[in-house]
Design a protein around this ligand. Structure first.
Ligand code: NAD
Ligand code: MG
Length: 298
C-alpha cells in the first residue's frame, strides 16, 4: 500500500489554491478567517522524537509558517512558546491547542515586536515559562506592498525593519546568554532575498539583511556550540498575503508561477525548521535552505 506521506507527487500533494477574490483583511490578518484556511499540518505532520525535551520559542507562531513550525516542534517533542500580536489571540489559541494535544507545554506571549523592551522581555518570559530555552525559530514578519517608493510611508519602512530585522537581532541578543551549547536558531528570509520585488523594496531588503545577519551570527555563535541557519520560503498561502502583502488582484493566482505551478502551504515549510533545529543537522551552520517550489537561488 502506498503511504501518502512517504511517496507523493509534489505538484498535487497540496491542492492549487483557488481562493475567493474578496478576502482582504487589515494587517496582521487572522488566518482563521481565510478561505481556504492555510494548512499547518494539523492532519498530517508526524513527529519522530527529533526534538524531544527541547524548549523552543517561535515568533509569529500563531499562524502560517510559524504556526506550522510550532505544531511540528511540539509533535517532535518540544515545549513551545509562541509570540504574536494581541489581536491574533484566536489564531494563537488554535496553535496552543495543537501543541497541548501533542502532550507538550504551550505558552502564548502576546506583544509587539517593534517594541525593543518587549523583545527582551519575551525571551525572559519564554525562559521562565519553559524552564529554559534551547531553540529559537524567528519567523514573524511584516510585508506591505507599495508600488511607488515616493509614496512609501516612512513609518512603514521603519516598522518593516523593526519587525523583520531589529527584533531578530534583539531576541537573539537577549537569548544568547541563556542558550546552552547544542541550541539552535533559525531565521526566516525569503525568495525575495535574491529577487527584490519592485512592489516591496522595504520588505525585500529586510529579507536580504536577515540572510546576511544569519551568516554573520552563525560564525560568531558556532564557537559557543549554537548553530544559526536560515529558511528562505517561496510563495506560501498565509495571512501575510491577504493583509496587504501582495496586491489584491494577485491573490487568486498566487504562486502559480513557481516551477511546481502552485503556492506552498505552511505545512511544507515546517520540516526545514525541524531539520535545522534537530541535532541531525549538527554540521550545518550558516546555511540557507530555499523552500520555494523550484525557483533557482544563488
Ligand atoms: P503570517 O501572517 O501567518 O505570520 C507572520 C506573523 O508575524 C504574524 O502571525 C504575526 O504574529 C507576526 N508579526 C507581524 N508583525 C508583528 C509585530 N509587530 N509584533 C509581533 N508579531 C508580529 O505569515 P507567514 O507568511 O507565515 O509569515 C512568516 C514569515 O515567513 C515572515 O517572516 C515572512 O516574511 C516569511 N515569508 C513568507 C512568505 C509567504 O509567501 N507567505 C514567503 C517568504 C517568506
Ligand atoms: Mg498571524
Amino acid at each position: 500500500m502506498t503511504d501518502q506521506l512517504t511517496f507523493d507527487d509534489p505538484r498535487t500533494r497540496f491542492p492549487k489554491i483557488d481562493p475567493p477574490k474578496r478576502q482582504i483583511q487589515d494587517e496582521p490578518g487572522l488566518q482563521s478567517e481565510m478561505k481556504p484556511t492555510p494548512d499547518m499540518g494539523e492532519a498530517t505532520y508526524r513527529g519522530t522524537g527529533r526534538l524531544t525535551g527541547r524548549k523552543a520559542l517561535v515568533t509569529g507562531g500563531d499562524s502560517g509558517i510559524g504556526g506550522a513550525t510550532a505544531i511540528a516542534f511540539a509533535r517532535e517533542g518540544a515545549d513551545v512558546a509562541i509570540v504574536h500580536l494581541p489581536q491574533e489571540q484566536p489564531d494563537a489559541d488554535h496553535v496552543l491547542e495543537q501543541i497541548r494535544a501533542a502532550g507538550r507545554r504551550g505558552v502564548s506571549i502576546p506583544g509587539d515586536l517593534t517594541d525593543a523592551a518587549f523583545c527582551r522581555e519575551l525571551v525572559a518570559t519564554a525562559n521562565r515559562e519553559l524552564g529554559g530555552l534551547d531553540a529559537l525559530a524567528i519567523v514573524a514578519g511584516k510585508q506591505i506592498t507599495s508600488t511607488d517608493l515616493t509614496e512609501l510611508p516612512d513609518e512603514q519602512f521603519v516598522e518593516t525593519y523593526e519587525v523583520n530585522v531589529f527584533s531578530a537581532f534583539r531576541i537573539v541578543q537577549a537569548a544568547v546568554p541563556l542558550l546552552p551549547p547544542g541550541s539552535t536558531i533559525v531565521l526566516t528570509a525569503s525568495l525575495e532575498t535574491y529577487q527584490a520585488s519592485p512592489e516591496r523594496i522595504d520588505y525585500a531588503s529586510t529579507k536580504a539583511a536577515i540572510n546576511n545577519l544569519g551568516k554573520g551570527m552563525a560564525q560568531q555563535l558556532a564557537e559557543k556550540g549554537v548553530r544559526v541557519n536560515v529558511v528562505a520560503p517561496g510563495p506560501t498561502w498565509t495571512a501575510l498575503q491577504v493583509s496587504g502583502g501582495i496586491p489584491k488582484e494577485e491573490i487568486a493566482d498566487y504562486g502559480s508561477d513557481t516551477p511546481l505551478g502552485r503556492a506552498a502551504q505552511p505545512a511544507e515549510m515546517a520540516p526545514a525548521y525541524v531539520f535545522f533545529s534537530s541535532p541531525e543537522s549538527s554540521f550545518v551552520v550558516g546555511a540557507t535552505l530555499a523552500v520555494n517550489g523550484g525557483t533557482p537561488t544563488p
